[in-house]
Design a protein around this ligand. Structure first.
Ligand SMILES: O=C(O)C1=C[C@@H](OP(=O)(O)O)[C@@H](O)[C@H](O)C1
Ligand SMILES: C=C(OP(=O)(O)O)C(=O)O
Length: 427
């Protein structure tokens, strides 16, 4: 699908979408919980749907009751020897150790960009935990045969926090005595805070010693039979809305927890630093245009902010410097390069110097035909940048947004953006 964004002014109010990071973790916790979990505000992105599918294949029963997702589980009992995690990096990396709690061999596969993302971690770490594992030379598909046997291990956290998230879930449900996971050089730490928060909600006790040691204690049998969990509003998707407000008109975003541990809440810091006109209250954030100036931001711990930050920086006078660009290589696309290429088409120069991304902003953004590279955050960044471009911006493979934020175009349309959708015939 092609989506064309015409230069637009926006106004009004929108409720943030459900966070896929929160929803996918809730699905994993619901699978491990013996009893019923009622998930409020469930997400419906492709990554969320893939997580629901995985837990069904692992024996959980799910049903939509009004606006709640009810999950009933008796623990991990594979019903299928082939599992597909869709295109979700978190999905495969969180569920692989959980799936390895089964003693039958299971093939884990994925789709799209996930097939190219590194999974060597599993080859290196899972055999230590008594799991037979075979990958496709460090990529998917992965064949695992458990059951996982927990023991003290040391892992490298520099590529992604998602592998640690998976081990924390599997250990939480499996340890019979206090057991330590040691981690070196952990990145994306706030995502581990979210993991620990969800696990604590489901009754698991994990001590975090400075993100270097995680001590997992056996869970007691005192968990209630029914657990209610409310999926948080999504700071990652809302970052695009907030940037749209700073560029294209006064809007209000609701449904975000300002006390959330989500990494991408840090967008507020960048918006403050560039001089956006913003008022933050517990129940809503109001934001509107102002004279924007270049800023310096370290996105090492919140790499998903790069695309909205680049859209923002395009409108900020001067050279914005964003640290952490090396964290972008293995996302849905090689995001440092795709941002440079696609924003280049819109007249924005981006320099890459080791871990730094330098965005030359404030000179005007030009409408252009751009390509999402099948990456949801590239599509959304280009759409937001297009709101105040000269001329229209057409995004090819614009449906990439479905991975995390299927209502994105509807939401900006509701705010008054002119968004034209056109199906592209497949030859
Ligand atoms: O745990 C999560 O929900 C995520 C962790 C981050 O990945 P890394 O830990 O690989 O940086 C982030 O980029 C991804 O979109 C979601
Ligand atoms: C990188 C992302 O997700 P994941 O790693 O879960 O596929 C993302 O949502 O930008």
């Amino acid at each position: 699908m092609n989506v064309t964004i015409q230069p637009s002014s926006i106004t009004g109010s929108i409720v943030a979408a459900a966070s896929k990071s929160s929803m996918q973790r809730a699905c994993a916790a619901a699978l491990l919980h013996k009893g019923t979990t009622i998930i409020h505000n469930p997400g419906h992105s492709n990554d969320d749907n893939a997580a629901i599918d995985v837990i069904q294949q692992m024996g959980a029963k799910t049903s939509l009751v009004g606006e709640e997702l009810h999950v009933t589980s008796n623990g991990v009992n594979a019903e299928n020897e082939r599992i597909n995690c869709g295109e979700s990096g978190l999905g495969i990396r969180m569920f692989a150790p959980i799936i390895s709690m089964n003693k039958v061999p299971i093939t884990i596969n994925g789709e799209g960009s996930l097939l190219k993302r590194p999974m060597d971690f599993f080859d290196e770490v899972l055999p230590d935990l008594g799991i037979q594992v075979k990958s496709n030379d460090g990529k998917l598909p992965l064949v695992v045969k458990g059951p996982l046997q927990t023991k003290e291990i040391t892992i490298d956290g520099s590529l992604s926090s998602q592998f640690l998230t998976g081990l924390l879930f599997a250990y939480a449900a499996s340890v019979t005595e206090p057991t330590t996971i040691n981690v070196t050089n952990l990145k994306s730490k706030p995502y581990i805070d979210l993991t620990l928060k969800v696990l604590a909600h489901f009754g698991y006790k994990i001590e975090n010693k400075n993100y270097e040691q995680f001590i997992i204690t056996p869970s007691s049998n005192s968990q209630p039979t029914t657990i209610n969990y409310t999926v948080e509003g999504d700071w990652s998707g809302a970052a695009f809305l907030l940037v749209a407000g700073a560029i294209a008109g006064k809007i209000t975003v609701k449904g975000l927890d300002v006390f959330s541990t989500q990494a991408d809440k840090a967008i507020l810091q960048a918006l403050t630093d560039c001089g956006a006109s913003m008022s933050i209250e517990e129940s809503q954030i109001e934001i509107g245009p102002a004279a924007l100036k270049a800023f310096h931001f370290d996105a090492t711990e919140c790499p998903d902010l790069f695309p909205p930050l680049v859209a923002l920086a395009s409108y900020c006078a001067g050279k914005t410097v964003i640290e952490g660009a090396n964290r972008l290589t293995h996302k849905e696309s090689n995001r440092a390069l795709t941002l440079q290429e696609e924003f280049g088409k819109m007249g924005i120069q981006i320099d890459l110097q080791d871990d730094l991304m330098i965005v030359h902003g404030g000179g005007g953004v030009r409408g252009a035909v751009v390509h999402s590279h099948h990456d949801h955050r590239i599509a959304m960044a280009c759409a937001v940048a297009g709101l105040k471009a000269t001329g229209e911006t057409t995004i090819e493979v614009a449906e990439a947004i479905n991975k995390s934020y299927p209502d994105f175009y509807e939401h900006i349309k509701k705010l008054g953006a002119v968004v034209l959708e056109a199906e592209v015939s497949k030859k």
